[in-house]
Design a protein around this ligand. Structure first.
Ligand code: ATP
Length: 468
């Protein structure tokens, strides 16, 4: 009998990979993955090998990328290595930089209106591709918008993505517009490429096909992967979302003990069939939608649209719009700009899981988005306003924004060939900037920090916490 296989201690010691790829350097690492630059021995194609240490995250990324395989603004997955006793390794197209680096460079060198528009168009095309294929990315941020050396922006890091197959997921039954828009009939749902790309301003930068697996082979592999009962994907008791913090999972504060003792909302997601509650613990705090911060487990693509609003605001002002240091601070910053939430501005908000538990003092004079985007045109501010609305059903879709007047009038988006593309990515810049260090810290849980006094009051439901 063969001895049980032991897990390789390093990607460098896996002959299945090293026989096909020459591994060069490690170019990045995240909560669940190490990413290496490599060269495919057969044809010298430069690729990125993403070694994912979490099976659920790997499954999600493979499934989403397979579905989006022909979207020009989504990273190309050439092939993947999967076995039960090894970390999954995804072979991706190599993308040397990201939008966070563009923003960093723009602080030094500026960014023309036409350049801003071209970056925006590309982000919108990528998000539109996800949503029309019923995929919610759930972790959109500038560092996950990778860019090729010739300026094509691609959505990456689909480790938290979910494919939504059931209409009930999408913003609940209160929002028929979103249901209609984003929920194809499951019977007619045929991934991956049968749903056409946005036809408007998305340019014909088709994904590179060289070396990509044929659809049948590729689909077959994923079917095998899905069939493995032992995976039990998405049924794990804890949802792995990096260091993303949730009020229910704070780690360091007196408040945490109170919160933990009193409530814990469901963090276990529905099965991988796309049915069941979702976790609210997704995304990176600065880009996390208010419904997630209030513990919603019934949400849809609108959470990506909020993130998109934060990204566009950052492109316009060259600094993060809501750099919260804790989930409470995050909400507080949002309210300081947009005002408090109420049934009037956000019908249904009082039914959010944590609405009764957390209340904030009234912001008498919210500063408004205009104050966050000084020197930007009314059309630019309006674009952000269309996304940063409390009521998820009121957020503009990516497709609607692609048709927005702002993107279709002078100065028009510059051709991709005229974009200035940074030579390094934000991970490589990390050490050279303390600000980026802060940026990375945006994931950390520190709900004890940066908020003022806390009043705990007994209520019929238990107690409520008021932050002022
Ligand atoms: N296709 C690629 N080409 C080049 N570099 C890449 C590629 N994919 C990822 N990277 C680099 O590796 C880093 C980590 O990758 P990624 O964000 O996908 O991992 P993760 O563990 O899911 O991250 P996170 O902690 O943000 O969830 C990225 O920030 C980027 O610098």
């Amino acid at each position: 009998m063969d001895p049980p296989r032991t897990k390789s201690w390093s990607i460098h010691t896996r002959p299945d990979i090293t026989s096909k790829y020459q591994i060069l350097t490690r170019v990045g690492s995240g909560a669940y993955a190490d990413v290496y630059k490599a060269v495919r021995r057969a044809d010298s194609l430069t690729v990125a090998l993403k070694e994912i240490h979490d099976q659920q995250s790997a499954f999600r990324e493979i499934e989403a990328l397979q579905t989006l395989q022909h979207s020009p603004n989504v990273v190309v997955l050439y092939e993947y290595f999967w076995s039960e006793d090894e970390d999954a390794v995804l072979v991706l197209e190599y993308l040397p930089t990201d939008l966070a680096s563009v923003i960093r460079g723009a602080k030094r060198d500026g960014l023309s209106a036409g350049e801003v528009k071209r970056w925006i168009v590309q982000v919108l095309c990528g998000v539109d591709a996800c949503h029309r294929n019923s995929i919610v990315h759930r972790d959109l941020k500038p560092a996950n918008l990778l860019i090729s050396a010739d300026g094509v922006l691609k959505l990456a890091d689909f480790g938290q993505a979910r494919i939504l197959l059931e209409t009930g997921f999408v913003a609940g039954n209160d929002h028929p517009r979103m249901l209609e828009q984003y929920s194809p009939n499951p019977a007619a749902f045929q991934p991956p490429e049968l749903i056409p790309e946005a036809e408007v301003v998305c340019e014909g930068h088709k994904n590179q096909e060289q070396g990509a697996l044929g659809k049948e082979v590729y689909g077959g592999q994923l079917d095998d992967l899905r069939a493995k009962d032992s995976l039990d994907i998405d049924r794990e008791s804890s949802i792995h979302d990096g260091d993303a913090s949730c009020l229910a999972t704070c780690t360091t504060s007196d408040v945490e003990d109170l919160l933990k003792a009193s409530y814990s909302y469901e963090v276990e997601e529905g099965g991988n069939d796309g049915y069941g509650p979702l976790t609210s613990c997704v995304g990176t705090r600065w880009f996390r939608a208010p419904e997630l911060l209030y513990g919603s487990t019934k949400y849809g693509p609108e959470i990506d649209l909020w993130s998109l609003g934060c990204i566009l605001a950052e492109l316009f002002s060259l600094k993060p719009i809501f750099p919260g240091t804790s989930d409470i601070d995050q909400l507080s910053r949002i309210f300081n700009v947009l005002g408090n939430i109420s049934e009037e501005v956000w019908p249904g908000c009082s039914k959010l899981p944590d609405y009764q538990i957390i209340s904030f003092g009234k912001v008498e004079h919210p500063i408004g988005l205009e104050a966050c985007l000084p020197n930007r045109s009314p059309d630019e501010i309006l674009l952000v306003k269309k996304l940063l609305t409390f009521d998820p059903s009121s957020r503009a879709t990516a497709m609607e924004l692609l048709h927005d007047k702002y993107l279709n009038e002078e100065p028009l988006p510059v051709p991709i060939s005229e974009l200035r593309v940074p030579t390094t990515n934000s991970a490589q810049d990390e050490d050279s900037s303390s600000e980026w260090g802060n940026y990375k810290d945006m994931d950390s849980d520190s709900d004890s920090e940066d908020f003022g006094s806390v009043d705990v009051t007994n209520t019929n439901a238990g107690f409520s916490i008021r932050f002022s």
